[in-house]
Design a protein around this ligand. Structure first.
Ligand SMILES: [Fe+2]
Length: 293
């Protein structure tokens, strides 16, 4: 028996949160949950987490793992909030320690002052080749760096959850310009994925509806990416990809939630303790060179 995938789309950040369930056992895994933060007003909302919780409870599922594909830059992870609501173990790539050290340097964070503090919210740090059982399924952990240094993909059955290595074919690939991103490493990671059988299902972490020209989508296949991906499809070589990626990245704005989300996401979406006035206050470092984070 196989898996079912139910996806929640967060409109503000364009994030696809995937709930993967084992049909026979009722165990499930959540990949890349979102906690809503409006960068304009500073208002937060548990609504994206609550939607996942309601689904898990309505379907009588048992949440085993909460997995982030990487330290995100464009939304706040809902991992901690989801675990508080329905349990499960939180996993992320081991290189969250490296990302955490860079973020701590920039922000001088009292709440995440040590490697131990960064690691504390996570139940498991993951490495290439790890195999996590859930129900009658197994999650294979693939290190797929390039978008960021810590990026992982997760293979479950005939599906791979590719995070931000690939977008939908008409939207190409993700940027590589922070967290020691590297277009050459991204190219290699993508081609590792594209070497799988063409019918392999691929689930992406973000979609923006191709600039509004179609509804948001998040499922594709290895075959479709090989032929149709506008950045790496149809035999596009490494040099051409690296040149294209670098040129595009130079022209991209920073994500609206980059500075707010980084110190939260190195600790699985844990917000800092309230200040003396009872408010939660996020730091905003100024004039940070791009390579520093
Ligand atoms: Fe990302």
């Amino acid at each position: 028996m196989g898996i079912d995938v139910h996806t929640f789309h967060d409109v503000r950040s364009g994030t696809a949160t995937h709930v993967v369930s084992c049909r026979t056992s009722g165990s499930c895994v959540v990949i890349d949950p979102v906690f809503d933060l409006d960068p304009k007003s500073g208002r937060t909302s548990r609504a994206p987490v609550d939607a996942v919780v309601e689904f898990i409870q309505a379907e009588n599922l048992r949440l085993e793992w909460i997995l982030d594909t990487h330290v995100h830059h464009d939304h706040v992870s809902g991992a901690i909030a989801l675990r508080e609501a329905v349990g499960g173990r939180i996993g992320i790539g081991r290189l969250v320690i490296e990302v955490g050290a860079a973020v701590r340097d920039v922000y001088a964070l009292p709440d995440a002052a040590t490697d131990e503090a960064v690691v504390d919210p996570f139940d498991r740090l993951l490495d290439e080749g790890d195999r996590l059982p859930f129900g009658e399924q197994t999650i294979e952990v693939w290190a797929t760096p390039g978008h960021t240094v810590d990026h992982l993909s997760y293979r479950i059955g005939n599906a791979i959850f590719v995070g931000d290595t690939l977008f939908m074919p008409d939207s190409g690939t993700a940027r590589c310009d922070f967290h020691r991103g590297d277009a050459r490493r991204l190219y290699a990671s993508i081609h590792r994925i594209l070497a799988e059988p063409e019918e392999t299902r691929l689930f992406v972490c973000h979609d923006y509806g191709a600039d509004g020209s179609r509804p948001p989508a998040w499922e594709t296949t290895v075959g479709a990416q090989r032929t149709d991906n506008i950045h790496v499809g149809d035999g596009c070589g490494e040099e051409a990809f690296v040149a294209l990626r670098r040129e595009r990245d130079e022209g991209l704005d920073m994500p609206a939630l980059l500075l707010a989300s980084l110190p939260l996401n190195i600790v699985a979406g844990r917000f800092p303790s309230p200040a003396a006035n009872g408010r939660v206050i996020l730091a905003m470092p100024l004039d940070v060179p791009g390579h520093a984070i």
